[in-house]
Design a protein around this ligand. Sequence first.
Ligand code: CA
Length: 233
Amino acid sequence: MNHVKATILVVEDEQYIARVLETLLTADGYRVISAQNGAMARSHAFSHMPDVVLLDLGLPDIDGIQLLRELREQINLPVIVVSARNMEQDKVAALDNGADDYITKPFSAPELLARIRAVLRRRTTVAEGPANVYTVGGFSIDFDKRVVTVDGQPVRLTQVEYRIVELIARQPGKVLTYSHIINHIWGPYADAENNRILRVNMSNIRRKIEKDRMAPQYILTEIGIGYRMAEKT
Ligand code: CA
């Protein structure tokens, strides 16, 4: 039986890419709705209430970031931005405007499907209320007790280090931009100096939790963008 998993709205003006996405997602059991421009995307989003939106930022009739903001703020839809290669600034802007994740063209099919599953999973987890413990590999964080352990051994973190780890671990698999983390930890008056302080803290965190801090397994770096907590596989 072909079980329909979820509905995905594909917003993409390049027909070839739209067709590839439709074929791939349909084959994986998703129901797909397509929009070739921002106006169609808006109308489909409101009428179909998709579970996830795949959004190309370069649309003919509307600024992609503007559309992203509407979808997030007005209907609270999870959005994965599909962006061109090496557009770090676009990715940061997308994440800071509420995108749940991004994927870079040309993307691999397994990677795209994994990102979609992760977004759907996070949505379910949020609906069920926050988990009190998150574990991945040997790493574990207990949000009630505010304790981090690695391979069963408690890790001594400073207050700031713990808050950084907690913030990132609350949303496994989601990239948090440097500015998002800085605003969250140091507030709206943070400045460029906080960038450096964040890096120093992350370096210390990794020394404490990672086996090899040059090849981190738990808190991953998205170069030029931010950090992402590893997900359970
Ligand atoms: Ca485009």
